[in-house]
Design a protein. Structure first.
Ligand code: AMP
Length: 401
């Protein structure tokens, strides 16, 4: 059974085609710079003997329709499928599902309307997700399309944790509350952690740390999310590549008064010029590490601040959960940066979090336990795979009808 997963952004489209029985990727690709003169599609596919082939298409792609046409062509040329009717379903990543979508949804007009309704909450992402869905449904009209929401997993967060201390009307009339993001990743790594620990997810309390370019933490009690660090938007919480994470909410007003920056400027400042980039000028953790090792004090401070913020969330979520069975590190930084994991866990023995520094440096490619043998709280590194999770959720919805 084949399932295609599509992640359609405003200027890029990522896709992966899975063979569900074998858990293999048959084709994957990234098309970048839609709307620019130097658009580029990197298309990969598995050939006989499981070799991975790659072809780069470089041409001007003026819009998403042309982008989908090119991806369709690349799929035909690489002969991964005889035709699109071989697909069992298509899973679409949708960033914001608001309160309406607590589960994946089989896409019909009502679902499209529901996604449209919450667009003001994700003005950069949902319109692109919708465009992708609409074009894909036109190209593949007889195949079920499923929307899988980044926010869905966090819909179990109780009201006392998702509400802001603001007038109630802002919540009732404008939906101002914590939604959280990266839900598909948090859920996937939580399940993988449970599998690794040979326990049911419903018997475990976990803190999952998705540390990529965007970063968020989640407190998960017996399989249900209790709290997460991102809020109404993905700006809140941990320090990220270019996003500030938590700041005093009065800072934008202070800046507006002192510098006469416009709201748009401040929005750009907090989302694109802050975080690690704001502190030291770099947003790539590999570069920051190199700089720090070479004595760059801003880079050293960036790492210090980054880990301190994660530590604060770990402490808070230990209190939220009462008992923690495992902490899970995932995504680009979480999976690869041993120095970050070491710094985050340093001095947390009192909370039962004891890192084995040797295991921390030598990881396998799968889920790895990097805590000491006697550590009351397990520390795991789990590679995330949001596309596979979307494919699985799509499959179960289609199979269950
Ligand atoms: P993601 O958004 O999950 O792709 O993660 C991107 C982040 O992971 C970037 O900050 C990268 O610098 C970081 N990253 C990837 N590989 C490594 C590595 N080996 N060491 C440190 N950071 C890494």
């Amino acid at each position: 059974m084949k399932i295609l997963v599509i992640n359609c952004g405003s200027s890029s489209i990522k896709y992966e085609l899975f063979n569900m029985e074998e858990h293999t990727v048959l084709t994957s690709g990234v098309l970048e710079r839609i709307g620019e003169s130097n658009s580029k599609l990197k298309h990969k596919w598995r050939t006989v003997g499981s070799r991975l082939d790659e072809k780069i298409y470089e041409q001007k792609i003026k819009d998403h329709q042309q982008a989908f046409d090119l991806i369709h062509r690349a799929m035909r040329e690489s002969k991964v499928m005889k035709d699109l009717s071989e697909l069992a379903a298509v899973g679409h990543r949708v960033v914001h599902g608001g309160e309406a979508f607590k589960q994946p949804a089989l896409i019909d007009d009502t679902v499209l309307e529901g996604v449209r309704k919450v667009t003001p909450l994700a003005p950069l992402h949902n319109p692109a997700n919708l465009t992708g869905i609409e074009i894909a449904m036109k190209i593949m009209p007889n195949i079920p399309h499923v929307a899988v929401f980044d926010t869905a997993f966090h819909q179990t967060i109780p009201e006392y944790a998702f509400r802001y201390a603001l007038p109630e009307d802002l919540y009732q009339s404008h939906g101002v509350r914590r939604y959280g993001f990266h839900g598909t990743s948090h859920y996937y790594v939580a399940k993988q952690a449970a599998h690794h620990l040979n326990e049911s997810l419903h018997s475990l309390n976990l803190i999952t740390l998705h540390l990529g370019n965007g970063a968020s933490a989640a407190a998960i009690r017996q399989g249900e999310c209790m709290d997460t660090s991102m809020g109404l938007t993905p700006l809140e919480g941990l320090i990220m590549g270019t996003r500030s994470g938590d700041i005093d909410p009065a800072i934008p007003f202070y800046l507006a008064k002192q510098t006469h920056l416009s709201f748009a400027d401040i929005d750009n400042l907090l989302n694109k010029q802050s975080g690690l980039k704001g502190i030291c000028g770099y947003n790539d953790m590999r570069e920051i590490h190199l700089q720090a090792q070479n004595g760059n004090s801003s880079a050293q401070l960036a790492i210090e601040m980054y880990c301190y913020r994660i530590k604060k969330y770990l402490g808070a979520y230990c209190a939220v959960l009462g008992r923690v069975d495992a902490i899970v590190f995932t995504a680009g930084i979480g999976e690869n940066a041993d120095f970050i994991r070491e710094k985050v866990c340093d001095g947390l023995d009192g909370l039962g979090i004891c890192l084995d520094t040797e295991k921390n440096q030598w990881l396998g490619s799968d889920c790895t336990d990097i805590s000491t043998a006697g550590s009351p709280v397990k520390i795991l590194v789990v590679p995330t795979d949001e596309e596979w999770e979307i494919a699985q959720q799509t499959l179960s919805l289609v199979v269950s009808g």
